[in-house]
Design a protein around this ligand. Structure first.
Ligand code: ARG
Length: 459
């Protein structure tokens, strides 16, 4: 009968209940947020003459000791204490006596956990933004070296038009920038304080929510307490934002896996970030991007898990909500290690520019350029130009060459209106650099795009 809520019970709880009900095994991660929340709450209660200065001083000393015990490993985390909130309050009271019993005045575990978990998520939003910026920085360095490195741009995974590798990486920089903006906007929207909402309806004590709001670094107190104690949108948002970020990471990883194959040979991951096979001595496997692709699945699982937990809950707090934490912790840890290792893999990989260029010479990538030439220089309607180009492609296939290598005489046999200046248009570099419309692949446009991301990172 050592439970804090045991007053109305006549027997103790079963150990089965204790094990099932407890969150202390995982919510102990929030001890700093919990103790900072308690300190802010105690300071506010003192300013409002609900606690005395003496009691506040005792609470401060006691909580400082609790932090020390937790960080030194001396703190005893017991399943029977149920969660970190009760474990810490119980230990505080054991250390300082009666003042510890007053700390929970005008507070409930419902607003307490909402404060702790929200502050953890807010902090992680910003830490993930920092890690994303470091990743973008490494991608940018590679991209800047390769604004003239030709590779086949693809649609349907078929060779389509020549682009440069810097432009290709610029697509991922665009995705990561959007990811950053999503974490930041979620942070801004959710930076509101639940403290003082108490169990669900506020409190009759004369509290000052503005004070705890500013002490804890929130922008404003929440508006409706009933919503606040049951709101987990901030957790869903970080799960969605991590899911989307991991989807982007997974797409890049898929390309890294393909590019590392003999068939592509566009990149070689460093030995440091590759693995071997237990049976095939020659193998060098891209486990890092494969795992990044795989880990995306578990993050989606956490998002779907919490969405499902929340969907049927009546107002306000329900114990179901305790299921919010493990998925978020797991997703955050997955995001952190994924960003770190992808950054290192990119930084240390070798870009095989010659293979990219060789691949650009397969599949008649400048075919669209021939059609555009016929339209621009010979005033031929596009549909007809498309047909003539098809003939030129067929001739190149017959000659077993790429369209960029075809001799003028073959083109003129197909259509006499074609003149010598066409050959320039068929060159792959020319084709890439011709696409200089805004946002296009031309080297000068790519450089502008990369400068834009550089400015974004510098800001
Ligand atoms: N361990 C609980 C959780 O994580 C804390 C809140 C419990 N509140 C309650 N009224 N039982 O959600």
């Amino acid at each position: 009968m050592d439970k804090m809520w045991s007053g109305r019970f006549s027997t103790g709880s079963s150990s089965l209940l204790d094990a099932f009900n407890a969150s202390i095994m995982f919510d102990r991660k929030l001890y700093r947020e919990d103790i900072e929340g308690s300190l802010a709450h105690a300071m506010m209660l003192t300013k409002q003459n609900i606690l005395t200065e003496q009691e506040l001083a005792e609470i401060q000393t006691g909580l400082a000791q609790v932090i020390k015990e937790i960080e030194s490993g001396a703190f005893e985390w017991k399943i029977s204490d149920e969660d970190l909130h009760m474990a810490i309050e119980k230990r505080l009271t054991a250390i300082i006596g009666d003042a510890g019993k007053k700390l929970h005045t005008a507070r409930s575990r419902n607003d307490q956990v909402a404060v702790d978990f929200r502050r953890y998520v807010l902090r992680k939003n910003l830490e993930i933004v920092d890690a994303l910026k470091l990743l973008m920085h490494e991608v940018l360095i590679v991209a800047q070296k390769h604004t003239e490195t030709l590779l086949p741009g693809m649609t349907h995974l078929q060779h389509a038009q020549p682009i440069n590798f810097g432009f290709h990486l610029g697509a991922y920089l665009s995705m990561f920038k959007r990811d950053i903006e999503r974490f930041e906007s979620s942070h801004k929207r959710n930076n509101i304080s639940p403290l003082g909402c108490a169990a669900l309806a506020g409190t009759p004590h004369n509290i000052d929510r503005d004070l705890t709001t500013s002490l804890l670094g929130f922008d404003a107190p929440s508006v409706n307490c009933l919503d606040t104690v049951s709101d987990r949108d901030f957790a869903l948002e970080i799960l969605f934002n991590i899911s989307t970020m991991m989807m982007h990471i997974s797409r890049l990883s898929e390309e890294l896996v393909m590019w590392s194959s003999y068939e592509f040979g566009f990149v070689e991951l460093s030995d440091e970030y590759s693995t071997g096979s237990s049976i095939m001595p020659q193998k060098k496997n891209p486990d890092v991007p494969e795992l990044l692709r795989g880990k995306t699945g578990r993050v989606y699982g956490s998002l779907m898990g919490l969405l499902t937990v929340m969907k049927g809950l009546p107002l306000a707090y329900n114990k179901d909500t305790q299921e919010d934490k493990e998925g978020v912790f797991d997703a955050v840890e997955t995001a952190e290690i994924s960003l770190e290792i992808l950054k290192e893999a990119i930084k240390t990989m070798q870009v095989k520019a010659h293979n990219m260029k060789k691949a650009s010479k397969i599949g008649h990538l400048s075919a669209t350029d021939l059609a555009d030439y016929l339209v621009q220089k010979c005033n031929i309607p596009f549909r007809e130009a498309h047909f003539i180009t098809g003939k030129a492609v067929a001739k190149s296939e017959e000659l077993k060459i790429d369209l960029s290598e075809i001799e003028l005489k073959y083109l003129q046999e197909i259509d006499a209106r074609i003149s010598e200046d066409v050959l320039k248009f068929l060159q792959l570099e020319h084709s890439m650099n011709a696409r200089k419309s805004a946002g296009g692949t031309a080297t000068i446009r790519t450089e502008e795009q990369l400068q834009y991301f550089k400015n974004f990172l510098g800001a």
